[in-house]
Write a protein that binds this ligand. Structure first.
Ligand code: A3P
Length: 289
């Protein structure tokens, strides 16, 4: 991370903070007129929920749907796509170029639904919504921010925790993110999955995801997708797929690392926020908390 002041690394757009090096008001403006397609494959998730992991699974499933073998010359990894898959990251001409890409297009977004282009919902594009326990999200985010030069660094974990709980995170507040997505969670073109359930039963998760996107899968193809998306193989291949960013991204890849860093008081504070804001909602019930 970087000792530069927070307000140089982040900017505010419609009340939410974003990293200056990745996003811009011009790109957000251009995004409003983005034309989604019914067969777009969209992954939505708050940062640090495992979006790179599910991106790996989805790009392999897309390759399979196109009769390609994942990992072969002809099929690109998410990072090697013609356009960087993070929808809101890039220059303002990105959407013009994307309009010329052939279907199915794959994209990832950390945006809240109200900040996504309206055509995604109007055209009923399918969305896989990925959620992860907020304690592990915060833990992952803390280590990530402190190791990535383009994000603010935090002197202490306590410092980070305060920011996380007071909505001062890039891409906004975790709890608000879930509250907003709750309004869409009933829609049939949205499938919700938790990081924890993919971790616990990857085979069933991949099968369910493939079914949701209408992609037939043989047992052999399933095994290939599972092998390529395991934490070990993604970490091992990260030089090729993610460059030096991979060293920062593939940290522990597990569940409950928060127990190594949360104080009793912080644990109670987060339980309270969870109880008050999301426990009773559809996504709150689905979340492995
Ligand atoms: P940790 O920091 O807890 O290890 P994102 O891709 O949304 O930035 O999320 C990053 C988190 O997903 C990191 O969590 C990372 O280790 C984890 N992750 C990445 N690939 C994974 C995989 N194949 N299996 C499990 N977790 C993975």
């Amino acid at each position: 991370a970087n000792s530069m002041r927070c307000d140089e690394l982040l900017f505010s757009y419609k009340g939410i903070l974003y990293p200056t090096t990745l996003c811009s008001p011009e790109t957000f403006k251009a995004l409003e007129s983005f034309e989604a397609r019914r067969d777009d494959v969209i992954l939505a998730g708050y940062p640090k929920s495992g979006t790179n992991w599910l991106s790996q699974i989805l790009t392999d499933l897309i390759a399979i749907s196109q009769k390609k073998t994942p990992g072969s010359e002809s099929s690109a990894n998410a990072e090697e796509q013609e356009e960087f898959p993070y929808l809101e990251v890039g220059d303002a001409e990105k959407y013009e170029r994307m309009s010329k890409l052939s279907s199915p297009r794959f994209m990832v977004t950390h945006l809240r639904p109200e900040n996504l282009p309206i055509s995604i919902f109007q055209n009923n594009a399918k969305i896989l919504l990925l959620i992860r326990n907020p304690k592990d999200v915060a833990t992952s985010f803390f280590h990530f921010s402190n190791r990535l030069a383009t994000l603010p660094s935090y002197e202490t974990w306590d410092d980070f925790f305060t920011n996380f709980m007071t909505k001062k995170m890039p891409w906004g507040c975790y709890f608000e993110y879930l509250s907003e997505w709750n309004k869409y969670a009933e829609k049939e073109n949205i499938m919700t999955i938790t990081y924890e359930e993919v971790k616990e039963n990857p085979a069933l998760s991949v099968k369910n995801i493939a079914t949701f996107f209408g992609i037939p899968l043989t047992e052999e193809q399933l095994q290939l997708v599972l092998e390529r998306s395991s934490f070990q193989s993604m970490k091992k291949n990260s030089d090729k797929t993610h460059g030096s960013f991979g060293n920062i991204l593939f940290r522990k890849g597990g569940v409950s690392d928060w127990k190594n860093i949360f104080s009793e008081d912080q644990n109670e504070k987060m339980d309270k926020a969870f109880e008050e804001q999301i426990a009773g909602t559809k996504l709150g019930k689905k979340l492995k908390y």
